[in-house]
Design a protein around this ligand. Structure first.
Ligand code: SF4
Ligand code: SF4
Ligand code: FES
Length: 221
């Protein structure tokens, strides 16, 4: 065990943990979208989990930094918030968010992050970039909503770790990147329909068809 201080709170944590894991275990919220406990190497793509650490000249991502005895961490300095706001605004410029017509009832982590760092879900001045992606993609027993996807790769990793033949991958490049089946539509028939990818998605970009249909029906009622 090692002792660290986070926002003036002393914690005793296991020494193999990252700063983000130590904070999560102790109920300290740090915005994050791509952290996944079962992933040995952090994806570190969302750039939201910044913290300031005493002795460092700039904030670092807490999902890539291991705890050390005596470490002093701040989760809410102006520099941390500025970096988080920049990353979040960029993310939301590619991710149109309309809570009233959201295709799911699932509470969204984006709302929590926006509130925590003090920005709106559709922050200005960045304009939304219309990538021309389809509204819905048929994934056999699932629907995939490309414009909600934040490309955290949690679904890809999770499907890979529970299936001997991983089904999901990233397709296309740059801002057109989407999740896809490895072998186009052919693989949708061998999806185990386990919903593991649905459960790890932080923004409900993957939905079981049954849940999607009942959600739409309840809105019509
Ligand atoms: S439902 Fe299960 S098998 Fe199908 S894509 Fe998702 S994780 Fe893979
Ligand atoms: S579908 Fe969900 S879990 Fe998969 S990459 Fe997109 S946001 Fe992440
Ligand atoms: S959780 Fe650290 S960069 Fe996404």
């Amino acid at each position: 065990m090692v002792k660290i201080t986070v926002d003036d709170r002393e914690l005793e944590v296991e020494e193999h943990l990252t700063v983000l894991e130590a904070c999560i275990q102790n109920g300290i919220f740090i915005p994050n979208l791509c952290f996944l406990k079962t992933r040995h190497h952090p994806h570190a793509s969302c750039r939201l989990c910044f913290v300031s650490i005493e002795g460092y000249d700039r904030p670092v991502t807490s999902c890539t930094e291991r705890v050390r005895d005596g470490m002093v961490v701040k989760t809410n300095t102006p520099e941390v918030r500025a970096l988080q706001k920049s990353a979040f605004k960029l993310l939301m410029s590619l991710h149109p968010c309309h809570p009233k017509i959201c295709p799911t009832e699932k509470p969204c982590l984006l709302m929590r992050i926006a509130k925590h760092i003090g920005v709106g879900l559709n922050p200005k001045p960045l304009e939304h970039i219309d990538r021309g992606l389809p509204d819905l993609v048929d994934f056999g027993p699932l629907y995939y909503v490309p414009n909600r996807c934040v490309l955290c790769a949690k679904c890809i990793h999770t499907c890979r770790t529970i299936n001997q033949m991983p089904l999901l991958t990233f397709a296309k490049r740059g801002i057109m990147t989407m999740v896809a089946y490895f072998d186009g539509e052919q693989n949708t028939s061998i999806c185990a329909n386990c919903n593991a990818c649905v459960d790890v998605c932080p923004v409900a970009a993957l939905l079981p068809k049954s849940a999607f249909t009942s959600s739409v029906e309840s809105r019509k009622a």
